[in-house]
Ligand binder design. Structure first.
Ligand SMILES: NC(=O)c1ccc[n+]([C@@H]2O[C@H](COP(=O)([O-])OP(=O)(O)OC[C@H]3O[C@@H](n4cnc5c(N)ncnc54)[C@H](O)[C@@H]3O)[C@@H](O)[C@H]2O)c1
Length: 411
């Protein structure tokens, strides 16, 4: 099922549980604005190439729209729409004063040089600068983008609007980025995992983990789980997958990846078929890469008891049903990976106030937000007798619906 159909299905299910008015339901699903731009740049060899860029602004009832910018070949209209909608529910679940948006460019960043990536980012920013802003829509990094991408966006935006550090988050520290933002999504995933496991009388140090994706989110989650004594038995990225049933030495793997750019040649584990990763023997799977990776083709074979959705929409609705019947507990994306947007919010607050926090305060506040949101989700699960995904969706949708009604939406 495509990402948008899956997201709409979850939203409609939550709207039904909440007994939402059908007109309001329809209105909340329709995005506020969809932007599509052609970004034409000269390549280093002098030839011209054009890429399609998107920014979908889904909803702003609770505050400025907020969401990442993704550079990936599979970026398309439906995917960006789905991710923008998920951001609306995610910021509401985290209870931060934002709406939802998402953007992206359909490209393969690994095939572009640094100067080509810079030109592409600047052209994209030139085309959307009038439609984003500190109190309108605040981009951040996502798959295929990073702090450097945000630095270029900030610089290009500031040429039109004056120095505006709060217009993007996930910036380098030297340009007003927040301490702790780089690790925030992975750290939030670990706080969320701890909250869930505590409910089940378990703890990270006693369990075996599988992590798909070893970029920003996956590598931070792996590092922090390793520090807490959890055993990571398999890891993959775009270059391949490795396994070690005794536990992978994560600091060594990070150093190896830094040095060689690949996981495959790592001596501290055996190469495995990436297809096997999600059905490998473990207690917890943490998908940290693409959407739709748990689907009807592999769900029945999953051995894990817990799935922590660090990636966005990694579980197809068909897989959701199969896994639920097997008793697998799924911690949904709109909560599990909300640590990134939460610390983005802290970064924006610090930029607006012109007063920067130390890292201890950032991490402490993040833990407070993640723990509080878990409690709020569990209350919704109890009230509506539903699973964690619907607990999170009903929490987020209800908050956005309340804000929409208070503002008045039919006039
Ligand atoms: N960065 C954030 O703050 C943030 C916040 C919330 C959610 N997310 C979500 O987390 C996921 C990862 O984001 P990121 O920022 O870590 O991206 P990233 O670009 O830093 O890393 C992505 C990782 O996925 C790997 N990957 C790509 N295709 C793969 C495949 N077919 N099989 C296995 N691995 C593959 C890449 O090699 C890389 O290791 C995305 O779904 C993103 O939307 C990120």
């Amino acid at each position: 099922m495509n990402a948008l159909a899956a997201t709409n299905r979850n939203f409609r299910h939550a709207a039904r549980i909440l007994g939402l008015d059908s007109k309001l339901e329809k209105s909340l699903m329709i995005p506020f604005r969809e932007i599509k731009v052609e970004c034409t740049i000269p390549k280093d060899d002098g030839t011209l190439v054009s890429y399609v860029g998107f920014r979908v602004q889904h909803d702003n009832a609770r505050g400025p729209m907020k969401g990442g910018i993704r550079y990936h070949p599979e970026v398309d209209h439906d995917e960006v729409n789905a991710l923008a909608q998920l951001m609306t529910w995610k910021t509401a679940v985290a209870d931060i004063p934002y709406g939802g948006a998402k953007g992206g460019i359909g490209c393969t960043p690994r095939d572009l040089s640094k100067s080509e990536l810079e030109r592409l980012t600047r052209v994209f920013t030139q085309k959307i600068h009038d439609l984003i802003g500190i109190h309108t829509d605040v981009p951040a990094p996502d798959m295929g983008t990073n702090a450097q991408t945000m630095a270029w966006m900030l610089d290009e935006y500031s040429k039109f609007h004056g120095h505006s550090p709060a217009v993007v988050t996930g910036k380098p520290i030297d340009l007003g980025g927040s301490l702790g933002r780089d690790a925030a999504t992975g750290r939030g995933v670990v706080f969320a995992t701890e909250a869930l496991l505590a409910e089940h009388g378990q703890s990270i140090k006693d369990l075996k983990f599988v992590i798909q994706g070893f970029g920003n989110v996956g590598s931070w989650a792996a590092k922090l789980i390793h520090e807490r004594g959890g055993k990571i038995v398999a890891v993959s990225d775009i270059t391949g997958a490795i396994k070690n049933s005794n536990g992978i030495d994560i600091p060594s793997l990070l150093a190896h990846k830094e040095e060689t750019g690949t996981l495959k040649s790592f001596g501290g584990g055996d190469v495995m078929d990436p297809e096997e990763l999600l059905v490998y023997d473990c207690d917890v799977i943490i998908p940290c890469a693409l959407g739709g990776v748990l689907n009807k083709d592999n769900a029945a074979e999953v051995k894990a008891k817990f799935i922590i959705e660090a990636a966005n929409h990694p579980t197809d609705p068909e897989a959701d049903e199969i896994l639920s019947k097997k008793g697998v507990v799924i911690l949904p994306d709109i909560y599990a990976n909300a640590g990134g947007v939460t610390v983005s919010y802290f970064e924006w607050v610090q930029n607006i106030q012109g007063f920067m926090w130390d890292e201890e305060k950032v991490n402490h506040e993040l833990q407070k937000y993640m723990t509080r949101a878990f409690g709020n989700i569990k209350s919704m699960c109890k009230t509506h007798n539903c699973n964690l995904r619907m607990g999170a969706f009903t929490l987020g949708v209800n908050r956005v619906a309340r804000a929409t009604l208070l503002r008045g939406w039919e006039a």
